[in-house]
Design a protein around this ligand. Structure first.
Ligand SMILES: [Zn+2]
Length: 97
């Protein structure tokens, strides 16, 4: 199966179904860090966490490290979801020591 498929405008990331299922299961079952109230799964399996309140919130992507300054909660969630739909940075593997 192709991991990256070319189309007329730009490459599209296509992950195998088994990997998507595994990433989705992990995202649904892992406990969220303290203070995270919304979490989005990126197309590459990283998460984008939204913290804060409806008056002042921010997000951080655990794939590429992108983040926002404080916006209102609704705007932050829109930005976080938009980022998750496009970000292709792989999540950093967890250290095992
Ligand atoms: Zn990202």
């Amino acid at each position: 199966m192709d991991v990256i498929r070319e189309n007329s405008t730009r490459p599209t990331l296509v992950l195998p179904e088994w990997l998507l299922n595994q990433l989705e299961y992990r995202a649904r079952t892992e406990p969220w860090p303290d203070g995270v109230h919304v979490r989005y799964l990126t197309v590459a399996g990283a998460t984008v966490d939204v913290r804060g309140t409806e008056d002042a919130a921010s997000y951080k992507c655990w794939g590429c490290g992108d983040s926002t300054a404080l916006y209102g909660g609704r705007r932050t969630k829109e930005l976080a979801q938009g980022h998750a739909e496009k970000c292709r940075a792989l999540p950093r593997p967890q250290a095992t020591t």
